[in-house]
Each structure stands twice: as C-alpha cells, then as structure tokens.
Design a protein around this ligand. Sequence first.
Ligand SMILES: [Zn+2]
Length: 440
Amino acid sequence: MEADLIITGGTVLPMTPGAAPIPDGAVAVRSGSIVAVGPAAEIASGQRDAEVLDADGGLILPGFVNTHTHLAMTLIRGVAEDLPLKEWLEDHIWPTERALMNADTVALGTRLAAAESLQAGVTCVCDMYFHAQRVIDEVVKAGLRAIVPESLIDLPTPSCPTPEAALACQRDLLERYVNHPLVVPAVAPHSPYMVSAANLVKEAELAEEFGAPLIIHLAETRWEVEKITAEKGVSPVAYLADLGILSERTIAAHCVHVSEADLDLLGEFEVGIASNPVSNLKLASGLAPLPQMLARGLKVAFGTDGAASNNTLDLLRDAQLASLIYKGITGDPTCIPARTVVEMLTIGGARVLGLAEKIGTLEPGKRADIICVALDRPRAVPAYDPFSHLVYAARSADVTHVVVDGRIVVRGRELQTVDVPALLVDVRTATETLRQRIQQ
Ligand SMILES: [Zn+2]
C-alpha cells in the first residue's frame, strides 16, 4: 500500500506482546494510520512519494503516554517547595492559582506543557484542569493527543462558578468532540474529599451516558484515607465503589494508600491507575504498591502529575526513577524489569486511558504516534538491549523526532508546531509579577 510517511533507519520496537526488536526496521504511515511495520528493505520497496523520516541509527517506538497531569500548572512550576501536600495545596498552590489562572494563562501554560511534553517524547496526555476549551485549542494546535476534562469541585473554579456550570461545560464538550482525531473529552471530579457524593454520582452518570473517561484523584495521602474512613466508614476506594463511580472508564490518579481489599476492587472494576511516583515522593505522600498492582495484572502506568509537584513533565525520567526505587525498597533487582517499564510508558499507558485499540503499539491499524530516540551520544554506546538502554541510560533529550497521528510535530529535536522562543518570552512576561512576589 502506498504510504505518505515512512519512519526508517533504526531499530523498531513494536511493543506488541512478545514482539522482538526489528533491527534496520521501518514503519509506514498513511493518512495518520500505521499501514506496515517490518524490515526497512521490505517496507521501502515500491514506495516512491512517501516522506522519509530518518531515525539515524536510533530507536523507533510508540510515543510515551502520560496518564495524569495538570498541563497549565507549568506556570506555577517551583512556586512552593518542600512542603506537605495539605499546606502546599491550601496555603500556596490554590491562592496562586486564584491570582494567576484565567482563560489566557491556562492557554499559555498548556502551550508550554505541550511543547515540553512533545520534546520529551510524550505523544498523549491525560489532563485535569479548567477552561477545557482553551486546553483543547492548545493541544490541537501543538499536535498533542489528549484526554481533556473540565474539572469539577464543590467550590468555584477558575472557569466555573458552580458544579452545575462545570457539568454543563462537560456535557457541551462531550457532545462537540465526538470522534475528534486528537481529543477525548472527559469528566473529572477532583477527588472523594473535594466533591460531594451527589456530585460524584452526577459525574459518573454523565460519563456513562457518553461512554467517556472519568478522571479522579484517589487515595493519594494518608490524610485522605483517614478523613474518608472517619466520615464514610470505608476506604476511599470502597466509598467510590459503593457509590457506583468505578468502572473500566475510570482513571484513578495515585492509589498510594490502598489495602489488599482496595486492590481487589480496582481489579474487579478494571480501573485504570495513573501512578505518579515523582509527585508522590516530592510531596512525601508515599509510594503506590506498583509491584503488587503489576503482579495482579491491574491496568497501571506512569503519570507526572502537574509541574508544580514534579517539577517537569519528563515522563521517561519519572519511569526511570520508579524502576530503581522499587528495586531498592523491595530488595529485589528483578522488580519491574526494563521491558515492563517501556510497556508501561507506551501500551500500558494507552490501556490505562482506554486508548489501547488506537495507540500504544506499532502495528497496522493503529494511529501513528511514534518517536525516535537517538543512539549517537557516548552514553548510548554500546546499546546491546534497547529496553535496558531506554530505562537505564537514555535521556528524554535523546528524543529526535516525534510523530502524532501521522503528523511530524518534532523534527531533529525542533518543535514544528509551536514557536518555542516566542513562547518562553510570553511565559516569562506572564509570570513576572509572580516571580517578583516569590523572590521578595
Ligand atoms: Zn493530580
């Protein structure tokens, strides 16, 4: 079949179950879909008019999937550091957001996050923020695939004065973004402790009506578990299960403080778990029982969380750190091996987001979300095993080309869709008052 884009000149990691790397492989793309994967000589034969993207001896693999973030929070990267979650959130993050975040700054922060994500090899994100229409406009312009909800809490938000207004906004987006090539609209009640039972149920009903993802923070801190257990008599996970909130469309961020019974429920309802190891470590919230989740076959992958608690959107860095931390705390060097980490970054992330039919592997029929990772630095030579190289030696700065939905969005490390120098000027200007206040 005639292709319009061929990514070639490297080792292809299809990431389909058990598939071996294809040395000197290639991927052919037509109208944004992968049409062939295999040895370069085979793929190239008979192709005359296709554009060729050369991996230059590097790796060709599916783009990384960031299963939980708050894109626009890039603007408050580094605003408050070395504080416990509750004080960090209530005394610093929320007041700063109230002062800084409006429709225009959300758009600017999202543009910054999209640029950072794409250059780090992230081709799909699950966002959770406000002014969703502006978020959608920015990710579409940047060429980043995204699940985008309008978030709901019981208090006024930067975009919606009431939960009813947030519900109306969500319904409007769910109606208008059916089958969009890049955007999946969603609902997102913040957490069991910031949203009433009645509003949680309304959110679940709306998600059910449209078959949409429901994104929620869950069992992030010990404080949350104690509060919900004291008020409801059960754990946060059991509380959501009792309310009928959990389903295979639920994307639960964190799940740090979960019991064996909670893990049973997460498995039973096929909940997607977005684990945010760096954010959880930085806020000293704890660490999710990732090895147990994986051993049970739960849908679990990595997220960065927002840049205010990370402080980057560098998903590869976070996955690398996680892979080492769990070896250290379990005393088991076989814990979460390198190939599993790369699976979690790609097809595992797609599974958590309910997008495994569409992205996450390189195989005919899937959308072309593809990255190339260079092997041209001293730290990359020799690279005997591509999985071990990606997890223990590579840096996200080694990502050279990024294709999303068949569109080349990063070429030779240069973002093609956003004017990065102008963006950095705009961000510095928009955050100047905040910088002066913080540095006083
Ligand atoms: Zn979060």
